[in-house]
Design a protein around this ligand. Structure first.
Ligand code: NG6
Ligand code: CA
Length: 518
């Protein structure tokens, strides 16, 4: 929380033109220019083609566009993974998620997967005088197993560097459907304790599977356990009635918390990880946004998130923080339409292409799995531009360390501060991409996907996963849609890519079946 008095801050030029008023004491706060505020705005399952600044035609996202067009719009920016938990692990720790075998999509009751001794962006910044907060979706586990949701839940975000945490534990479709405020379930009535299980139902509690008559949203695959607000979820819960969230108010609630926290910490420096839940399932836009996109709840949820970002930016502006705040905007993985509920995402899509020109989607090793909207914005400091440099969310840790002049690196995270600031176009040379524990190598314009067993297309989500019996090699410069497998015509390149891949992946590669190269 804010400490000390609130000072009026004048830039030196303005100050020198001010008339000297003898009896008014003007206190000048020295703004530490080496310590700007940093805000990461992180969406959930937003695709490369989902916002107008990235080419969407059927949907208008003016507030995200303002960031993208007023900052650097990266065309080759990546999440570390094609699903949530590993990407969030990567962005906060600067470590490849495939190094941590627990960095997989987690149930709501899973233990914390970040080691409390590990470096994280908030921890590094906190040590250097920052106030730090996470508001929104967590999905990195809590506690050490067997959580009692009626007591303080720890370790969690507060134990890995966040001074303040206001989160939903996992996902909107997983229990417990409650907010957690600095480790305590918010609004919990001790006379109605909350119980959670991912193994079995609590006696007498209705489920999506057995009680379809109670549902306001129908499940398509998975999502047939406990029912909260008419929506069937993953996992079982009981009690905690007063603490249960209202699905249609989640976006507002997090926005409100984010604005309040920024105002209370405006004297900075601060780091806010604002992790919106949209457009992840179940898509429950507030009434104000229902029907606005013409694409059903998925499109409406994107418009709602865009509006929240606009409101949040207004707060930064009103508080005079906009010129001293670096904003990073991105998404945790690529898009999916049918992720387990009937919500018209497929039926009402029209001409909209959530993946833009890319192949695959969430869960996929093809580009649309990890290539996501990625923007850096800093009014007055970053000149608007478009960058084709390859960058990854993994690189924020080392780059932010450089920005605030501290020595910190993890080996995996690369210092790309100049690229993020628009001073250089030299991004990463190579990057390991991950999707549901499978990995591939990106190097320059090339991507090599090793052979993986498993279906080519997931029948439920209808997404091409990137599995194939043989190696796949694409040159993205001429084939962004990954249509031409060049393994046969470029055996030398393939060999080089396999060698580099094995060098980085090490023993993890043993899981992959090596096929003969012809
Ligand atoms: C999957 C869920 C999906 C979503 C995903 C996590 C089923 C059938 N599917 O297991 O709906 O919750 O996990 O998404 O249950 S993520 O964006 O948090 O990675
Ligand atoms: Ca996600």
């Amino acid at each position: 929380m804010a400490k000390g008095p609130v000072f009026i801050v004048y830039g030196s030029i303005v100050l020198s033109t001010l008339p000297v008023i003898s009896c008014t004491k003007v206190e000048k706060k020295t703004v530490d220019k080496t310590k700007p505020n940093i805000v990461v705005i992180y969406l959930d399952d937003l695709g490369y083609g989902d916002i107008s600044a990235y080419g969407a035609i059927g949907i208008k996202t003016p507030n995200i566009d303002a960031l993208a067009n007023g900052g650097i719009r990266f065309t080759d920016g990546h999440a570390t993974s094609a699903t949530c938990t590993p990407s969030r692990y990567g962005i906060l720790t600067g470590v490849y998620p495939w190094r941590n075998e627990n960095a997989k999509i987690l149930p709501g009751s899973a233990p914390l997967i970040i080691d409390t001794a590990q470096v994280t962006i908030p921890k590094m910044l906190k040590k250097n005088g920052y106030q730090t907060a996470v508001i929104g979706k967590w999905h990195l586990g809590l506690g050490i197993g067997d959580i009692d949701w009626n007591k303080r839940i720890a370790p969690g975000p507060n134990e890995v560097g966040f001074d303040y945490s206001y989160i939903l534990a996992a996902t909107q479709d997983r229990v417990p459907t409650v907010f957690i405020d600095n480790g305590y379930v918010d609004n919990l009535d001790s006379k109605d304790p909350i119980e959670v299980s991912y193994e079995r139902n609590f006696e007498g509690e209705p489920t999506g599977k057995d009680n379809p008559e109670l549902l306001t949203m129908k499940w398509h695959h998975g999502h047939n356990n406990s029912i909260v607000n008419g929506i069937p979820r993953i996992g079982f819960m009981k009690g905690g009635q007063s603490a249960r969230w209202s699905d249609v108010d989640i976006a507002y609630h997090f926005l409100d918390k984010a604005k309040t926290w920024v105002k209370a910490n405006k004297n900075g420096p601060f780091f806010l990880y604002y992790a919106l839940n949209e457009p992840h399932v179940p898509r429950t836009p507030n009434q104000r946004f229902v029907g606005l996109s013409g694409m059903g709840p998925r499109g409406d949820a994107i418009l709602e998130a865009d509006w929240c970002i606009g409101e949040f930016m207004k707060t930064l502006n009103e508080e005079g923080l906009i010129e001293n705040t670096l904003i990073v905007f991105s998404s945790d993985n690529g898009p999916v339409l049918n992720d387990g509920y009937y919500d018209d995402a497929v039926e009402k899509l029209g001409n909209h292409r959530p993946t833009g020109p890319l192949r695959g989607g969430k869960y996929s090793l093809f580009e649309a799995g990890t290539r996501v909207p990625f923007v850096t914005y800093w009014k007055g400091k970053i000149k608007p531009n478009v960058s084709d440099a390859m960058v990854c969310q993994l690189d924020l840790l080392a780059s932010i360390a450089k920005l605030v002049r501290v020595e910190e690196n993890t080996g995996d995270s690369q210092d790309l501060l100049d690229v993020f600031m628009g001073k250089s176009n030299k991004g990463r040379e190579s990057l390991i991409l991950e999707a549901t524990s499978r990995t591939a190598l990106r190097k320059g314009d090339w991507i090599m996907i090793p052979p993986y067993k498993g279906p080519a297309i997931n029948k439920e989500t209808n997404i091409e996963l990137g599995n194939s019996e043989g190696y796949q090699l694409f040159n993205l410069k001429v084939d962004i849609g990954q249509q031409n497998n060049l393994t046969k015509s470029n055996p030398e390149k393939l060999k080089e890519m396999i060698n580099d891949f094995v060098k980085i992946r090490g023993e993890g590669y043993s899981k992959i079946e090596k096929l003969e190269l012809h």
